[in-house]
Design a protein around this ligand. Structure first.
Ligand SMILES: [Zn+2]
Length: 148
């Protein structure tokens, strides 16, 4: 049920294509300091990241890359309009219920409209990233410090 979707930032400088299986109609949020403040609506991209293709600019070196904490994870954003599109952990991580190793996360709200993606129909589940407690899994309600 994988399908290719397009997405991008607000001004159009940062564009991508990604192959995702959205049949579960589920997205996640996390209560970590970054996800909370950016209200990042997370869709995992399973595998090694080859399902993701950057359309513009030519390289991720040309977009903003915000790093914090260990400075190993990347949060790629458009330098022009500031929208954050991608959260990339330093190495593929195993998340319970996410279909294997995850190499990157897409901000679901950056998917283009009109591709049969109705985010109103998505169920949002919550991680406890703030406590680094990924093993606790997804919950129906935000963990402490998170928001709906
Ligand atoms: Zn932009």
């Amino acid at each position: 049920m994988s399908k290719t979707y397009t997405g991008g930032c607000h001004c159009g400088a940062f564009r991508y294509e990604v192959e995702l299986d959205l049949s579960s109609k589920m997205a996640t949020k996390c209560n970590c300091s970054f996800c909370l403040k950016s209200n990042f609506l997370t869709l995992p991209v399973p595998g090694d990241g080859s399902q993701f293709k950057l359309l513009s600019p030519k390289s991720l070196d040309e977009v903003g890359d915000y790093k914090f904490g260990s400075k190993k994870g990347s949060h790629f954003y458009c330098k022009e309009c500031s929208i954050c599109l991608i959260n990339k952990p330093p190495f593929p991580i195993e998340l319970p219920g996410s279909g294997g190793k995850i190499s990157m996360f897409i901000n679901a709200v950056t998917l283009d409209q009109g591709q049969d993606v109705d985010l109103r129909k998505f169920k949002i589940m919550y991680w406890d990233g703030k406590e680094n407690n990924w093993a606790a899994g997804l919950k129906e309600e935000p963990y402490s410090g998170g928001c709906y």
